[in-house]
Design a protein around this ligand. Structure first.
Ligand SMILES: [Zn+2]
Length: 187
């Protein structure tokens, strides 16, 4: 397959990684049809081989936008950590894999925000103990609530950011989180 580049997360997609994180998607990529970025999950309209990866200049980013990017980065790390823990706690092998793949995608989102905001590193958050969630249904339930929260966050904040590129990225990531709601609503 022809190599593609994700304009949102900057990853190159090729014959050896197009199916990465495939359990975090409703439809599977194949070599002929790459429908989404296997790393951040955005749709194929953001996968190009000729264009430059999205970036913003510091003049475009006001203080309010930096604060929103900081919150977005924390939200995605929080969800990435949750999925990583949930992948250890889940009983079903299928769900373990799904949670692990979702975790990697949320961490990729966090790195997108880190780069946009020019932050040095991903934050270390206070660790949360999820062991009280005893069964897979409960884990799925909190996963779905977190995804709904993420969608609400992006829709609330996309109008408050000072750059059209960031607005576009928030919309693209929000679409990914909407698919995650579907994936975590499956019983
Ligand atoms: Zn991507």
């Amino acid at each position: 397959m022809k190599e593609l580049k994700c304009l949102v997360c900057g990853m190159n997609i090729n014959g050896s990684n197009y199916n990465f994180n495939e359990n975090a998607f409703l439809y599977k990529n194949n070599e002929e049809h790459v429908e989404y970025c296997p790393f951040c999950g955005v749709g194929k309209e953001y996968l190009q081989s000729q264009q430059e990866v999205y970036k913003v200049s510091s003049e475009e980013v006001d203080l309010k936008t930096i604060k929103i990017l900081d919150s977005a980065m924390k939200l995605e790390v929080f969800n990435g950590e949750f999925y990583l823990e949930a992948s250890k706690l889940a009983k079903s092998e299928e769900l373990k894999k799904k949670f692990l793949h979702l975790s990697r995608i949320e961490y990729t989102h966090a790195r997108v925000h880190k780069n946009l905001g020019g932050f040095k590193e991903l934050p270390l958050l206070r660790r949360v103990d999820y062991t009280k969630y005893e069964d897979d249904t409960q884990l799925l339930e909190i996963a779905r609530k977190r995804e709904e929260h993420a969608v609400a966050f992006y829709s609330k904040n996309h109008k408050n950011v000072s750059s059209n590129i960031i607005k576009g990225i928030f919309n693209a990531l929000s679409e990914v989180e909407k698919e995650h709601i579907v994936l975590t609503s499956v019983k």
